[in-house]
Design a protein around this ligand. Structure first.
Ligand SMILES: [Zn+2]
Length: 271
């Protein structure tokens, strides 16, 4: 799967994330002027931010969608994203393949007993929770649309897609954002733990920031055309960088200071 050519982005267009933030009462960090376009671009183009990771090229290839199936449906993408919660890409990939092997169609999944679905996806962890979530989505789709299909989302705006997906029980903002970016090719920046910690490390949000406000803030500040590449890089960097990964697991500040994050230099130069 490859991304379509970037859409043109007028700076005068009202940011849909701002509309959504206002609707849900989500406040970001209006006093923070970072990230500026210059630092977002510099970090996106930085070639040395993840040089210590042994499997970076493979990871970036996966995140860029090179290994995705061209014929993947939006519903496939949503279920893959659900299965990816709280586990590794390897395990969630195995869980999805196992599910498809056991139940080739979504109608088969809907007709199956929950314990059979749990058995199929168990290698991805949280099997009862994820099984219940998938079943609920399939039941809701059948009740609402009469068929198990989410392809109609491709014709909706980002805001409309968010509203549609948010109706499903168990689907949070991060899952919606991942589906938007990786399965609907929309310019939306998911904020996982890696992106969240890096944003704090390099001062794009306050050190006491929370992840929901960070999502709103970064999506307001970062140019749409940079979001996909930046997400791939920050995710990979977060796994490889000693400073950012130490912060994530709560190691001491002194230890982080001995292994400063290389992105800090880029922010100093371009902010
Ligand atoms: Zn770092």
């Amino acid at each position: 799967m490859s991304r379509p050519p970037s859409k043109s982005h007028s700076p005068t267009t009202l940011d849909p994330h701002l509309q959504i933030a206002e609707r849900y009462g989500m406040i970001s960090y209006p006093a923070m002027v970072s990230p500026k376009n210059s630092s977002s671009t510099a970090i996106k183009d930085c070639k040395k931010t993840h040089q210590n990771s042994s499997n970076d090229s493979e990871q970036i290839e996966i995140l860029n969608g090179e290994k995705c199936d061209d014929k993947e449906s939006v519903l496939d993408g949503l279920v893959q994203t659900i299965l990816s919660q709280n586990t590794t890409e390897v395990n969630s990939g195995k869980a999805f393949l196992s599910l498809k092997n056991a139940f080739p169609t979504w109608e088969d999944v809907l007709a199956a007993e929950s314990r059979c679905i749990e058995d199929a996806i168990r290698c991805g962890g949280l099997a009862p929770t994820k099984s219940s979530c998938i079943k609920n989505i399939l039941n809701s789709l059948l009740d609402k649309n009469g068929k198990l299909c989410l392809e109609y989302l491709r014709d909706l705006s980002v805001e409309e897609i968010k509203a549609e997906l948010s109706h499903f029980k168990g689907i949070g903002p991060k899952t919606v954002s991942c589906v938007l970016m990786f399965h609907l090719q929309q310019d939306d920046l998911p904020v996982d733990t890696h992106v969240f910690q890096i944003a704090k490390t390099i001062g794009w949000v306050p050190a006491i920031a929370d992840i929901k406000k960070t999502y709103v803030h970064l999506n307001q500040r970062i140019p749409a055309e940079l979001k996909f590449d930046l997400n791939c890089l920050l995710y990979t960097h977060g796994k490889a960088c000693r400073s950012c990964s130490n912060r994530k697991v709560g190691r001491q500040k002194k230890e982080r200071d001995n292994n400063p994050c290389p992105l800090l230099a880029y922010c100093r130069d371009y902010c």
